[in-house]
Design a binder for this molecule. Structure first.
Ligand code: TYD
Length: 137
């Protein structure tokens, strides 16, 4: 699949704000372009650690900094870009076929991930070589 880092966009979500605090609602196919089949979140990430370091063949994801902040490196084999996530009411859409690395986690950061498919190890491109071969097929 031909995909580009420019397909990976920051989506502004909603925020209902009142004196008791804020709430943001995400509904599959409504404010993100896929049905949500799985949710997971990364937390208690030690300072200096990086996560990710893989790509997916089919999976779409929305990544939200539900707490704190972190950076996401996106790489489509031709172009790279780094996005900082630091607001719970914005999400980064990652389309299939994009190498990603998450790093620079602040203390207490929570990376909430909404995913279009259930967990499937077969969908992972775990090495950069596998990723490159997939891109040039
Ligand atoms: P991985 O996707 O490699 O983590 P990250 O991209 O955050 O560095 O997953 C880490 C481990 O967790 C790996 O052993 C697979 C397992 N895992 C599941 O079993 N189910 C899941 O939905 C996810 C995301 C990971």
């Amino acid at each position: 699949m031909i995909s580009s880092v420019y397909d990976c966009v920051i989506l502004p979500l909603n925020k209902i704000h009142n004196r008791d605090g804020n709430i943001t609602i995400v509904e599959g196919q409504k404010n993100i372009p896929f049905d949500i089949k799985r949710i997971y979140y990364l937390y208690d990430i030690p300072g200096g650690e990086a996560r990710g370091g893989h790509a997916h063949k089919e999976l779409y994801q929305l990544i939200v900094a539900a707490g704190g902040s972190f950076d996401v490196l996106l790489d489509d084999g031709n172009n790279k870009k780094i996005v900082t996530l630091n607001r719970p009411d914005y999400g980064l859409l990652i389309v299939p076929g994009i190498w990603r690395e998450l790093f620079e986690f602040s203390s207490g950061a929570i990376s909430l991930v909404l995913a279009s498919h259930k967990y499937d190890e077969e969908d992972y491109l775990r090495t950069y070589k596998e990723f490159n071969n997939f891109k040039i097929r």
